[in-house]
Design a protein around this ligand. Structure first.
Ligand code: 3NM
Ligand code: MG
Length: 512
């Protein structure tokens, strides 16, 4: 049987989710909305009543031409004559189930690791339910939260299994994250065949409408999806040719950047943004973000002065900007420094999509090591990476997240998962002034807003403008150290912006 797994509904009869409504009615509404497969899951019901309900549900699903599977209970599936079962790792094993069920019965298996997935494929599973994607109140005893990064590793591991096996993701999937789940889990070899959802449909006020919205979102890429065709040859030189035009866009279009940034550097960062011709908004208040996102600028999350409320404010803002497809930049300041920060990284990486993650070596390593399903962990490597390792770290993280990664240092490494660019510009005074690193996040936001077609080219352009301005400032004879460097640096950013507006691109000639 060909299974359409694209919108997989798992039922739940607990009062918190079903809210006193009739399960059959809710399921029928969801089918009208476009659910493609249904699993009847009830952990508490008596067997007799469960069979009765399964038969009722089956009448309905048959009317919509949709298969019905039973969670755990091979006996109930047989008694009700439905299409198959879904089995967890602690349920009847697949070999035993196959002995009992008709040969054409569908058997789905839950898998949370590469080993479980490979075994299920080898034993003949028809599809896998892979999870837990995100922590969810619907099932509190899940084994591990694997996120899109872990899901992708499992997809890669079974891509060469020799026979095609469907895969759906489960856990905490809702309308606001479904497109990101599909987009970021996609590996070069294999993507998800669908998503499995409980509360986002069953608990919805209008299950039919919720299902219909899922169908629509599943069938279209997220608005932040990259569409750029990556050139094969001579990529760095080609990219540099685009830079002056992109700087001109920023200088003439005055993009907005909303900074949720640490209080130490807020003033300096706002002035840097003004110098390049863009507009800064400095607001740490998450409840304001939905309105601010309507301006279609970028959002910068800089967790330099994290406190107990920060993550919830960031979360509201990230969701608001993701929803509109506006650029979101994550600067995980001090990511590895404390337990609080390490856990903030884990939470933030699960709440939304970041177009750009920017950080130093330690920060990027912390973000990279943050997957419950490990391939080859970066955290087992040497304490300081050489240039090839840094380039690889940036590329692998960008490939995993399907975004842009900027690993900053004396040499900066910038990657979109395919291309890696090393940028050697800049000046040591940048390291002597607080906020110069944080300002790169804000600058990147301005450039990603003004130039959306190629995110790598956008971030590269901002970085080159910034670092060449620093070189120009440091070369002034009146600049004697970090103190006199700061005003000169703002002046030089302004000078490049003015040159760009005049169509004078000589500031870049021979410099990158
Ligand atoms: N299985 P919701 S998570 C039934 O990780 C189930 O295997 C999971 O519910 C797993 O869509 C889960 O409401 C519940 O988050 C998913
Ligand atoms: Mg089970």
């Amino acid at each position: 049987m060909h299974l359409n797994l694209s919108l997989y509904l798992v039922t739940d009869s607990t009062p918190a989710i079903l809210k006193g409504r009739d399960l059959c009615t809710v399921v029928e509404e969801a089918l009208k909305g476009g659910v493609t497969i249904v699993q009847y899951r009830d952990k508490k019901c008596d067997t007799g009543l469960m069979i009765e309900t399964a038969k009722k549900l089956h009448k309905i699903t048959q009317a919509y031409g949709v298969p019905l599977l039973i969670n755990d209970r091979v006996d109930v599936a047989l008694a009700a004559g439905v299409e198959g079962v879904h089995l967890g790792q602690d349920d009847m094993n697949i070999t035993e189930a196959k002995k009992l069920l008709p040969t054409d019965a569908v058997i789905g298996i839950t898998a949370s690791s590469i080993e479980e997935a490979q075994r299920a494929v080898a034993e003949g599973a028809d599809y896998l339910g892979v999870g837990t994607m995100f922590a969810t109140p619907t099932k509190k005893d899940t084994k591990s939260i694997i996120g899109t990064a872990g899901t992708k590793i499992i997809l890669e591991a079974i891509a060469d299994a020799g026979r095609p096996v469907g895969v759906v993701s489960i856990g905490g999937i809702n309308l606001s994250n479904v497109q990101r789940v599909l987009y970021q889990s996609q590996s070069a070899k294999k993507g998800l065949d669908g998503v499995a959802v409980v509360s986002a449909i069953i608990a919805a006020e209008d299950p039919r409408e919720a299902a219909a919205k899922f169908v629509k979102r599943i069938n279209s890429p997220p608005s932040f999806a990259s569409t750029v065709q990556v050139p094969r040859d001579n990529e760095a030189a080609l990219l540099v040719q685009e830079v002056p035009g992109i700087v001109r866009k920023v200088a003439t279009r005055h993009p907005l950047v909303h900074n949720m940034i640490n209080y130490v550097v807020a003033n300096f960062v706002a002035n840097v943004v003004l110098s390049i011709g863009a507009s800064p908004i400095m607001s740490p208040y998450g409840d304001e973000a939905a309105d601010l996102a309507l301006n279609d600028g970028a959002l910068v999350i800089n967790m330099g002065t994290l406190n107990s409320d920060s993550v919830s404010h960031y979360t509201k803002a990230i969701k608001a900007y993701n929803e509109r497809g506006n650029p979101v930049i994550y600067d995980p300041v001090g990511a590895a420094a404390t337990q609080i920060r390490r856990s903030a990284v884990t939470q933030l990486m699960s709440v939304g999509y970041f177009d750009l993650i920017k950080g130093n070596e330690g920060e990027i390593r912390q973000v990279s090591g943050n997957s419950a399903v490990r391939q080859r962990g970066v955290d087992s490597g040497p304490s300081t990476l050489n240039s090839l390792e840094k380039a690889t770290l940036a590329r692998d993280l960008a490939r995993r997240e399907r975004n842009i990664v900027l690993l900053t240092g004396a040499v900066d490494y910038l990657s979109d998962g395919e291309r890696v660019i090393a940028v050697e510009n800049g000046h040591e005074y940048l390291g002597q002034v607080t906020g110069t690193g944080c300002a790169i996040g804000a600058i990147s936001g301005c450039f990603l807003t003004a130039h959306r077609s190629d995110k790598l080219a956008a971030v590269l352009s901002g970085l080159l403008m910034y670092e060449i301005a620093a070189e120009n400032a440091a070369a002034k004879d009146y600049v004697r150290g970090p103190g006199s460097f700061v005003p000169a640096f703002l002046d030089e950013l302004y000078a490049i912006r003015q040159a760009a507006v005049r169509n004078d691109d000589s500031w870049l000639s021979g410099r990158a």
